[in-house]
Design a protein around this ligand. Structure first.
Ligand code: G3P
Ligand code: CA
Length: 267
């Protein structure tokens, strides 16, 4: 049985504040094959690495990310909400010596990934992209094209895939950048579809990303997807039993908050 790829969900986010450079670099040190990053669009069209619609949980700001400009977000602190950050200076913090961390843009994350030696697979998840009428996908395509990451290069050191729960967003991305692998995320099966009917699964993406809860409830799902020619990346796999289940079902990738522990268990 082959060893699945390990992707760090929002970085090593069980240990350090999610979506900070420190959390991403820690994940790579822990031997993650790749990183998962949620992106949202600012009012002035920049892609920033933030999971929630609102700023409240992971920064000292309030309100929707989409109503702020990048310059406004740069004034906020995305580190000190987290216990690991208080009183310390995170590696790679945007403001050395202050213990505070600025917002991370996708462009900055890619710059830092360029600076590490190891191969890195980056899974970029577009959050609620349909609200922006295709602007998120166009911006992403442009950013990838500037770096030559929109081409199919299986031997490239940095490889980017784009994920979404929205089938429309996945289709848009495939139309704009056909060589960029896409991942269709699933938390529920489309209504009425059971594993024997998976051949009809309306999924254009070459990779399908079910939740671990879905995988547990439908053990036939991962094998059926693989038999239909799809690769399977499962999220968010943190517990030993779930790691073992995913491996026994032959999944291709595990997305986890705990890359060091998963790497150790996989051996
Ligand atoms: O990797 C997919 C997973 O991240 C989707 O859920 O809410 O953590 O973005 P969420
Ligand atoms: Ca995500």
């Amino acid at each position: 049985m082959s060893v699945p790829l390990v992707f760090a969900h929002r970085g090593a986010s069980a240990e350090l504040p999610e979506h900070t450079l420190a959390a991403y670099l820690r994940a790579l040190e822990a031997g993650a094959d790749g990183l998962e990053c949620d992106v949202r669009m600012t009012r002035d069209g920049h892609l920033v690495c933030v999971h929630d619609r609102r700023l409240d949980r992971t920064s000292n700001g309030r309100g929707p990310v989409s109503r702020r400009t990048l310059a406004e977000l740069a004034e906020l602190d995305f580190g000190s909400w987290h216990a690991a950050t208080r009183g310390s200076d995170l590696d790679g913090a945007a403001r050395p010596g202050t213990g505070t961390v600025g917002v991370l843009t996708l462009n900055q994350l890619l710059d830092h990934i360029d600076g590490v030696r190891q191969p890195v697979r980056l899974l970029v998840e577009t959050k609620h992209p349909t609200r922006h009428g295709g602007a998120v996908e166009r911006s992403l395509r442009e950013l990838l094209a500037r770096r030559g990451l929109h081409r199919a290069r299986p031997d490239a050191r940095v490889r980017v895939s784009v994920m979404s729960f929205s089938p429309l967003a996945v289709r848009r991305m495939r139309a704009l950048a056909p060589a960029v692998p896409t991942v269709q995320l699933l938390d529920l099966l489309p209504s009425g579809l059971t594993p024997p009917g998976l051949g009809r699964l309306p999924v254009a993406a070459p990779v399908v990303g079910p939740s671990v809860e879905l995988l547990r409830a439908r053990p036939g799902l991962a094998p059926a997807l693989r038999a239909a020619g799809k690769r399977v990346y499962v999220w968010t796999v943190n517990e030993p039993d779930d790691i073992d289940l995913a491996v026994s079902l032959g999944v291709d990738g595990l997305i986890t908050d705990r890359p060091a522990e998963v790497r150790e268990r996989l051996g």
